[in-house]
Design a protein around this ligand. Structure first.
Ligand SMILES: NC(=O)c1ccc[n+]([C@@H]2O[C@H](COP(=O)([O-])OP(=O)(O)OC[C@H]3O[C@@H](n4cnc5c(N)ncnc54)[C@H](OP(=O)(O)O)[C@@H]3O)[C@@H](O)[C@H]2O)c1
Length: 265
């Protein structure tokens, strides 16, 4: 396991491909040492070697199946005990798209375990150290499908809605603590996520699909600008503001204590 040094460590889950591999590269460019988490050790090893050579950082694989108790515990242990950890990118995630009634139980469980449970547990593990050190950055990868459901995305959207709500609560909880929270909501991004999802990447309109490099660079620009919720492909920032205003207004409007007149029997 990586020893404690004066350098800062970024832990990236799901670093063996797609968005996570790009985060690893960009964080190495920013001078972070890396712990790269996923199941495919060969890919993690070759990425670690190439990032170390390209950016002069220390990078090491941490092989873990984050859909399992043992895998979550292994990564949580590192996060809770290594004080050099200063960035956690909770990126590992899967999509299994299709009507709920036609879905395999194991596909439902795998999405809940990885997209929700692992992300929550790893966050829980890293936070006490972040708070004690009064610094740290937590980046949670949700999806624009966390704000919207399609007929084939009820479970996936539900898991990503959790990530949005969880991150929103955390950002408020941690205000003034020195700990940053950013939730990133990508739209379609060209990665390996699609093939096993049931919807091949080729089925999407090409103009709607972003390169993973562009997505991550935009998300990091959002982080640098202090955003706590970043929609990398949304040009009109007023839409995001309107969404937040409507959300808070609806919550406030619910505090009446009496049934709405239209619902009176
Ligand atoms: N691509 C999109 O259009 C899109 C849009 C919105 C949000 N997102 C989100 O972006 C994140 C990254 O996805 P991606 O698009 O980059 O897909 P990807 O290329 O398929 O990458 C997924 C990563 O998660 C890892 N992973 C999968 N199951 C795992 C497990 N049980 N334990 C540990 N690691 C596991 C994979 O590595 P191993 O297989 O080696 O374990 C891989 O590194 C996900 O949270 C996804 O929901 C993607």
């Amino acid at each position: 396991m990586m020893s404690t040094t004066s350098r800062k460590i970024a832990v990236v889950t799901g670093a063996s491909s797609g968005i996570g591999a790009v985060y690893a590269d960009r964080l190495a460019q920013r001078g972070y040492d890396l712990v790269l988490v996923a199941r495919r050790e060969d890919r993690l090893q070759s990425l670690a070697a190439s990032l170390a050579a390209a950016h002069g950082v220390h990078a090491e694989p941490l092989v873990a199946d984050l859909a399992t108790e043992a895998g979550q515990a292994k990564v949580a242990q590192l996060l809770a005990t290594n004080p050099a950890v200063s960035v956690l990118v909770n990126n590992a995630g899967i999509a299994r798209l299709g009507p709920v009634g036609d879905s395999a139980d194991e596909d439902l469980s795998a999405q809940l375990a990885l997209n929700i449970q692992a992300l929550t547990r790893l966050t829980r593990a890293v936070l006490p150290g972040f708070k004690q050190r009064k610094q740290g950055t937590l980046i949670n990868i949700a999806s624009v499908l966390g704000l919207h459901s399609l007929p084939i995305s009820a479970v996936y959207s539900g898991t990503k809605a959790f990530v949005v709500a969880f991150s929103n609560g955390l950002a408020q909880e941690l205000e003034g603590s020195g700990v940053r929270v950013q939730v990133v909501l990508p739209a379609a991004t060209a990665t390996d996520l699609w093939a096993p999802s049931g919807v091949p990447l080729e089925a999407l309109a090409p103009a709607t699909v972003m390169k993973a490099e562009h997505m991550v660079d935009a998300a990091l620009a959002g982080l640098d600008q202090g955003e706590s919720l970043t929609l990398p492909s949304v040009a009109d920032a007023r839409l995001i503001e309107n969404y937040n205003v409507a959300r808070v207004a609806l919550f406030s409007a619910a505090q009446t204590g009496v049934p709405a007149p239209r619902l009176k029997a």
